[in-house]
Ligand binder design. Structure first.
Ligand SMILES: Cc1cc2nc3c(=O)[nH]c(=O)nc-3n(C[C@H](O)[C@H](O)[C@H](O)COP(=O)(O)OP(=O)(O)OC[C@H]3O[C@@H](n4cnc5c(N)ncnc54)[C@H](O)[C@@H]3O)c2cc1C
Length: 388
């Protein structure tokens, strides 16, 4: 087993790390306070040609693999990018786009991917509804075929990039009597009649990503915008997306673990109490060790899941293990990192307090801890729980 990054991967990592340290990290407090998507950052990502990393080159993308993309997102987080902006970027790179890359027809790819690759179009993914979260297969939003269109009705909830997206991948029920096999996926443009954005939601963390409801009121979607066949919306399109969002979409959080460790280590060297730098005290050293363990284990689990996806191997279990571990690691790392900083850890300018607010979403989005634990328990025991 070879754990070394290739020269190209190291270069990718270093390029993103340097860019983030110079341009992104210095503006994270401003992004957090503005509670809005940083358009200046999007323009820079467009200039750098980083909006279509996973899109094949023939459609204007970079044609990169899953591991390479994960390395780039992790590098941004490690250099101190806010995980909100990374989430906005990541949703566009992965779950808002991958369904077209992997499930789209030639016409759909030719029509949409070049504009997504340049960042002219921003994408989002609409699965969750106000009353349907973990029980995602029980989609209530409906899509009824009328001639050469589907008519969509319903509301989607908590949609990352909702307020700024040009294009949405939408999961809706075409035949509720068929359960999971009656769910379909559609590419919906924001200009389609009947599409509207609900109120922007005010979140504790991830404030560089904008979140909202998306409302479909007799929204007219051409039949040619359906992805795959009727009934493939959850079993194929949704399943592909879940693996992506449980693996590389969380890479920014893994990077955050490295950033927290760097901040805490630097502070521990600089802060003196009782005549010695606090880095000399065993309790402080223990917290730093725990932060390092959390960072390294998360990175190894991330790279394993991403590598498996590049090999075309099913990685549902590995992606679940990675995200479930990382969710807990983020909370612990934030608490440890703040504790090392003492009172200053609660102050915005020390940049560690945001990690606690940003950590929480990792244990909720893309499958709560409880859902992921059940997936893992099923794999271990071969049995289902009574509740899930
Ligand atoms: C900031 C943010 C961004 C998001 N972005 C998107 C997005 O872009 N697109 C999208 O489609 N969705 C998005 N989501 C939605 C996210 O995926 C859901 O919040 C998540 O799946 C959980 O659903 P829920 O919030 O309805 O919680 P619920 O499913 O209502 O769960 C509530 C609690 O009950 C537990 N629970 C539920 N069922 C069981 C059971 N059977 N046994 C034991 N425990 C159970 C859960 O684990 C949780 O603790 C986002 C959410 C947030 C907060």
């Amino acid at each position: 087993m070879d754990y070394t990054l290739t020269d190209e991967q190291r270069m990718l990592h270093d390029t993103v790390f340097k860019f983030t340290k110079n341009e992104w990290e210095p503006r994270t407090i401003e992004i957090d306070e503005s509670d809005s998507f940083p358009w200046w950052l999007w323009e820079r990502l467009r200039q750098l040609d980083w909006c279509g990393l996973l899109i094949p080159e023939e459609y204007g993308g970079s044609g990169m693999g899953v591991l390479d993309t994960a390395i780039m997102m992790e590098a941004a987080g490690h250099a101190g990018a806010d995980t909100g902006s990374i989430l906005a970027w990541g949703v566009h790179l992965t779950i808002g786009t991958i369904p077209i890359v992997l499930c789209g027809t030639e016409e759909q790819k030719a029509k949409y991917l070049p504009k997504i690759a340049t960042g002219e179009y921003i994408t989002c993914f609409c699965l969750t509804e106000p009353n349907i979260g973990s029980d995602a297969v029980n989609v209530q939003c409906s899509a009824v075929r009328k001639g050469d269109h589907y008519v969509l009705n319903g509301t989607k909830m908590f949609i990352t990039n909702g307020p700024i997206a040009d294009l949405a991948i939408v999961i809706a029920a075409t035949d509720k009597s068929k359960g999971v096999r009656g769910v379909s996926a559609f590419i919906v443009e924001k200009n389609f009649p009947g599409f509207s954005v609900g109120k922007k939601l005010n979140k504790i963390g991830q404030r560089g990503s904008e979140t909202s409801e998306i409302i479909f009121d007799n929204c007219m979607v051409p039949v040619e915008n359906r992805l795959l066949n009727e009934g493939d919306g959850f079993t194929k399109v949704g399943a592909i997306n879940l693996e992506y969002e449980r693996s590389i979409l969380s890479a920014g959080w893994t990077g955050m673990l490295g950033y927290n460790l760097d901040l805490a280590t630097a502070y521990a060297h600089q802060r003196t109490q009782f005549g010695h730098p606090i880095v000399k005290y065993p309790q402080i050293r223990e917290m730093l060790v725990r932060m390092k363990m959390n960072y390294d284990i998360s990175k190894l689990l991330l790279y394993r899941a991403a590598w498996m996806k590049d090999q075309g191997l099913p990685a549902a279990l590995e992606a679940s293990l990675y995200k479930a571990f990382t969710a807990q690691a983020c909370m612990q790392s934030a608490i440890d990192g703040m504790q090392v900083h003492g009172g200053y850890g609660l102050m915005q300018e020390y940049k560690i307090e945001r990690s606690l607010r940003d950590a929480k979403l990792c244990s909720v989005g893309a499958g709560t801890d409880q859902v992921l634990y059940e997936i893992i328990a099923r794999a271990i025991t071969g049995t289902r729980s009574l509740t899930l």
